[in-house]
Design a protein around this ligand. Structure first.
Ligand code: GAL
Length: 385
């Protein structure tokens, strides 16, 4: 019997890649599990702890099995899974649809069923599946179908996290291949331009998400502050806390899985408040998991793609509304209620609640026009009254 909750909502968790890339080991992973429990992440809903690339030896063993690097994981993967499960959390690992992973370790090409069985034996709960070094002449769709089928038949519930960076019109076929989430973007970097680029790139794909197959805009950089060991991801500076707040709001509203990428052992209170904002997480975890629609404020010629509103219809009839100002100057972003389907003749008003300040803003008729600072956002929950 498979667990009907698996992948129903956008998965929440932590992934080793953004901060640690190759420099991973079992002690780090255990500490992250401890922090999940001790510092409120588990209670906030975060569940999956995922080891990304660079966990194995460079060669398979004589039986063709993947071998965890004994220098990094001396106790083995089953022991690590046991530890994570003992905390009431779930364990994720990583492989690749090609012959090699992006960092050059063995991939699962032509080993799909064997590897799925191996992951099940280690009691893995989640598999991220990358796209490097796949035969050029083979359709990615077929390779994701293969692993999707192997996981569905491996004897364990393993959530399938596809990662082909949005290539090959993936949104059109990935749900049918069996994935529970799919990367729709190239790799994120710990800087504002990257956040902005990724967010804008998914505006016309906002509808391609939903229960059991979520649009994954890539792991979060919230709280990294330039803390990666990888030059591409970003070793200096990072973002301001306002930019991290906007990043978190965008990913949450767009229905993306929220996989934390910072070193949560070192996260300060501001970062914790962002990552554990229960009002924002409730929007991301709304049970109907609807994609947002996008509204462009007037005048369109002035705001372009840099300022917009995202609206998510929630299961209880409320509307989550995000006002995003990705531009470099302060902007007024008028929302006309008729664009929400609220006819003037209905006599309905909107009672608005600020999901970052955690307070009511009052009852509004016909329009609401907040002024939003550069790179900032306002996320409200609107109730019809
Ligand atoms: C990339 C992937 C990253 C990370 C990396 C590991 O292809 O998008 O998220 O997994 O490979 O090498």
């Amino acid at each position: 019997m498979s667990n009907p909750n698996m992948g129903f909502l956008p998965p929440l968790g932590w992934n080793s890649w953004n901060t640690f890339t190759w420099d991973i080991n079992e002690e780090l992973i255990r500490q992250v599990a401890d922090v999940f429990v001790e510092q409120g992440y588990k209670d906030a809903g975060y569940e999956y702890i995922v080891i990304d690339d660079c966990w194995s030896l460079r060669e398979r063993d004589e039986q063709g099995r993947l071998v965890p690097d004994p220098a990094k994981f001396p106790s083995g993967m089953k022991a690590l899974a046991d530890y994570i499960h003992s905390k009431g959390l779930k364990f994720g690992m990583y492989s690749c649809a090609g012959t090699h992973t992006c960092a050059g370790y063995p991939g699962s090409f032509e080993h799909e069923f064997q590897d799925a069985k191996q992951f099940a034996e280690w009691e893995v709960d989640y598999l991220k599946y990358d796209y490097c070094f796949k035969p050029r002449s083979m359709e990615g769709e077929l390779l994701y179908r293969r692993m999707g089928l192997a996981l569905k038949n491996c004897g364990r519930d393993i959530l399938f996290s596809a990662c082909n960076w949005g290539q090959d019109e993936v949104h059109g076929w990935i749900r049918s291949a069996g994935a529970h989430m799919y990367r729709s973007t190239g790799d994120i970097q710990d800087n504002w331009e990257s956040i902005k680029r990724l967010a804008i790139s998914q505006l016309d794909k906002a509808a391609y998400t939903g229960n059991y197959c979520h649009n994954d805009m890539d792991m979060l950089v919230v709280g990294m502050h330039g803390g990666s060991n990888n030059d591409f991801i970003g070793t200096v500076g990072g973002c301001t806390d306002v930019q991290y707040k906007t990043h978190f709001s965008l990913w949450s509203m767009m229905g993306s899985p929220l996989m934390i990428g910072c070193d949560i052992r070192k996260a300060n209170d501001t970062i914790k408040d962002i990552l554990q904002n229960k009002d924002i997480l409730a929007i991301n975890q709304d049970r109907e998991a609807r994609g947002v629609y996008v509204l462009h404020p007037e005048p369109h010629w002035f705001h372009g793609q840099e300022c917009y509103m995202l609206v998510k219809v929630l299961a209880d009839g409320d509307l989550a509304i995000g006002f995003f100002n990705l531009s470099d100057s302060k902007r007024e972003l008028p929302l006309m209620f008729w664009d929400l389907g609220l006819s003037i003749g209905s006599g309905k008003k909107l009672s608005l609640y600020d999901c970052w300040e955690h307070k009511d803003l009052g009852v509004f008729t016909e329009r609401f026009a907040p002024t939003v600072d550069a790179h900032d956002c306002l996320v409200v929950r609107g109730k019809l009254v």
